[in-house]
Design a protein around this ligand. Structure first.
Ligand SMILES: Cc1ncc(COP(=O)(O)O)c(C=O)c1O
Length: 395
């Protein structure tokens, strides 16, 4: 029997993600395509102890049974303190991407439009596509240019329902928007009636604490926080902080979906967060690990021919975004060469939210996917590939 499936997977845009997967012949340790946080930065021992103590100290009924869609109150109380928000403005999620999908379900109706930073993390673009909202890309430049662009669109009568952005260490560009930009964006959101969906996935790696003023106004912003980059993506735990009306809608929608994030994991994250200094040192260590990996990459890339390759050094995080002279090199061919040398990266077109081939002259390299040795080997091979197109000195 031939099943009539939904429209999603057959749509070429939705099917895309990160493009053609890395061939199995490439040692994943040497690949620069992935976006995992560095394994050595993740606090495995702390988590092991937290799991053990949760199972010993928390009543079984509280970690084995169904629970509240908004998250267990113990974790929400700690998060409310950290974020300096009311408990009622929070929902614990399975990470930032889940938070985005839920927020879109709470907001988007057919025919709605949304502003989306461009380039954009492909899975977020896909989530927005699935929500049915029409995406209007906001090209990323600097805070002032971006703001002018947005103001012009709004002044011309465009009325988005939301603006999805990654204000701190944007993926893939690495750009961090100034606080003044975020304040101005909040004012525009209030004036024109849209919601800023601020994906804070890399905020802590960028040195922004949960308790810090992010510059966004809570009445017009849904912030998506996650523990994926600090404690580990496998935990699948994050939190939405937003206006209560939106958060209530999210919780209601969620009760007919996955119901709630795993209760044991929520208690474990609460246990880790209760040790405030301990959590701060985890974040601090993670920042340092990723910073040193970025430095290794930027040093290896110092050999590029700068007239043909532009690199905007990120403030932190996991990625470096490069633009190459398209007259000298086709990035698809560069990828084929890199793959033949045993490494890989993501071709820029994957980050075009409209999937129309923009950023074909760009590439993103991830610095934390494998071991430190693997990173060095991968970078050496990438450098060789760049040199083969006369874009860098050979290693
Ligand atoms: C911008 C951005 N948002 C969200 C995510 C996914 O985060 P989570 O694991 O919390 O769903 C990523 C992961 O790479 C990301 O880069």
């Amino acid at each position: 029997m031939r099943h009539q499936l939904s429209r999603y997977p057959s749509d070429s845009v939705l099917a895309r993600g990160f493009g053609c997967p890395t061939p199995e012949s490439i040692d994943p340790d040497l690949s620069l395509a992935g976006g995992l946080p560095a394994s050595e930065a993740l606090p495995a021992e702390v988590l092991k102890e937290a799991f053990e103590s949760t199972m010993q100290n928390v009543d079984r009924a509280f970690w084995l049974q169904y629970s509240d869609s908004r998250g267990v109150s113990r974790l929400r109380r700690i998060l409310a303190q950290r974020l300096e928000r009311e408990v009622g403005s929070l929902v614990v999620t399975n990470g930032a991407l889940h938070g985005l999908s839920l927020t879109l379900q709470a907001l988007v109706n057919p025919d709605d439009t949304g502003f989306v930073e461009s380039p954009c993390y492909p899975y977020s673009a896909r989530a927005i596509e699935i929500s049915g909202a029409e995406m209007i890309p906001i090209p990323i430049a600097d805070s002032e240019t971006d703001l002018n662009y947005i103001e012009r669109l709004l002044a011309s009568g465009v009325r988005p329902k939301f603006f999805y952005c990654v204000p701190i260490i944007q993926n893939p560009s690495g750009r961090t928007q100034e606080i003044s930009y975020r304040r101005a964006l909040s004012s525009l959101a209030r004036k024109y009636g849209f919601v800023v969906i601020a994906d804070m996935a890399y905020a802590e790696l960028g040195g922004t604490k949960m308790s810090q003023d992010t510059g966004f106004s809570p009445d017009v912003t849904v912030e998506l926080w996650t523990f994926s980059k600090t404690l580990g993506p496998g935990l699948r735990t994050g939190v939405i902080a937003g206006p209560e009306a939106i958060v209530e809608r999210v919780a209601a929608i969620r009760s007919s979906q996955d119901q709630h994030t795993g209760v044991l994991t929520q208690h474990v994250v609460a246990t880790v967060l209760e040790d405030k200094a301990g959590y701060e040192s985890i974040v601090c260590n993670s920042r340092a690990v990723h910073r040193s990996r970025l430095d290794v990459a930027l040093e290896a890339l110092a050999s590029v021919h700068h007239q043909d390759v532009s690199i905007s050094p990120p403030e932190g995080g996991l990625f470096v975004w490069l633009r190459v002279n398209a007259d000298k090199c086709d990035v698809g061919e560069l990828q084929a060469r890199a793959r033949s040398l045993g490494t890989d990266f993501v071709v820029g077109t994957s980050f075009d939210p409209l999937a129309r081939g923009a950023y074909g002259d760009c590439l993103r390299i991830g610095v934390a996917n494998g071991s430190q040795h693997g990173l060095q080997q991968g970078l050496r091979r990438l450098r060789q590939a760049l040199a083969d197109f006369d874009l860098a000195e050979a290693p």
